[in-house]
Design a protein around this ligand. Structure first.
Ligand code: PDD
Length: 294
């Protein structure tokens, strides 16, 4: 069974899984979700993902989702049934199914969906060596990007435009030229001094789990970090850029629009030393948590 799902108490093949037409997630994006990386049947940073899910549910006033122990059991059972080694565990909790009306319905229970799908993290190794291209685009999203809701149209359109431009990802920026994050990734630059910079936590960005893990690994390795906004002009002049996300988990950016990153450095247009060092720290962390090695 290559892809498996759990829907409100039932385990079934993904192709047979469905939700009601009036699920509030479908009609209002009234739902939160998580994407968790599974390596060798173990989740990476599971507690952090569960924390972010709870935070999102509380912010949306969604009550009645299964408690942590039940959530853990469902996730474990689903993964066991899927017989997958590596892959992505997707979790979605909507407010529930109700007659379409903007106001919160009463007496409904949340709809809980989980899916297990294969994902080949090894294929990232080649991309990590070549780096990826990124296109700068205006950030089209709403003002609560810190909530991981299924309202992803801004991200979807941004990603499509980036792909149309031949890029792997978008680098979103506000009107004043401040870089927020990617369509589905957090953005980083390395200053000429070697300091790592990423947007501080705020309603403008998703508190990425891989962002947090990367910050922790950098601090442990005594790499200086600054959580501060940076501009498009800084990004264009930075010796190194990279992005992080659950599925990345870290990818050097080697092209920004039509320019090579790190112009004038020995690694122009190729991954730089800081991103390369962080990548090895990250693979070691994945091995520590899950036993998985590339
Ligand atoms: N995307 N920023 C945005 C807007 C995201 O959608 C994501 C994750 C991230 C990185 O967060 P994390 O490190 O927790 O994956 C940042 C997921 C993977 C997705 O929607 O598929």
């Amino acid at each position: 069974m290559p892809a498996t799902a759990f829907v409100n108490g039932r385990y079934l093949p993904l192709a047979h899984a469905s939700l009601a037409v009036e699920d509030r997630g479908t009609q209002f994006a009234d739902a939160v979700y998580e994407v968790v990386a599974m390596f060798a049947r173990r989740p990476l940073d599971w507690e952090a993902h569960r924390w972010r899910l709870r935070r999102g549910l509380a912010a949306l006033f969604i009550e009645g989702a299964p408690a942590d122990p039940a959530l853990d059991t469902i996730a474990q059972t689903l993964w066991r049934r899927s017989r997958l080694e590596d892959g992505l565990l997707y979790i979605q909790v909507s407010r529930g199914t109700a007659k379409r009306d903007h106001g919160f319905p009463t007496g409904v229970r949340p709809n809980l969906v989980m899916t297990a799908r294969p994902f080949d993290f090894r294929r990232r190794l080649a991309q990590q060596q070549s780096g990826v291209a990124v296109a700068t685009l205006p950030d089209p999203r709403w003002s609560r990007c810190d909530l991981k809701t299924t309202g992803l149209l801004g991200a979807v359109l941004g990603k499509a435009e980036a792909h149309r431009l031949g890029a792997f990802e978008a680098m979103f920026h506000t009107e004043d030229g401040t870089v927020t994050e990617g369509a589905s990734t957090n953005m980083w630059l390395v200053e000429p001094s070697g300091t790592l910079v990423t947007h501080p936590l705020s309603a403008r960005i998703l508190p990425g789990i891989m962002r947090e893990t990367t910050l922790r690994l950098a601090r442990d390795a005594r790499i200086p970090v600054a959580e501060r906004p940076f501009t498009l002009a800084e990004a264009r002049a930075a010796p190194e850029l990279f992005l992080t996300s659950t599925t990345g988990p870290l990818l050097p950016i080697t092209r920004l629009d039509d320019q090579p990153v790190g112009a004038g450095t020995p690694h122009e247009g190729r991954p730089g030393p800081v991103a390369t060092r962080l990548l090895s720290l990250l693979w070691a962390e994945i091995a520590r948590q899950t036993g998985w090695t590339p």
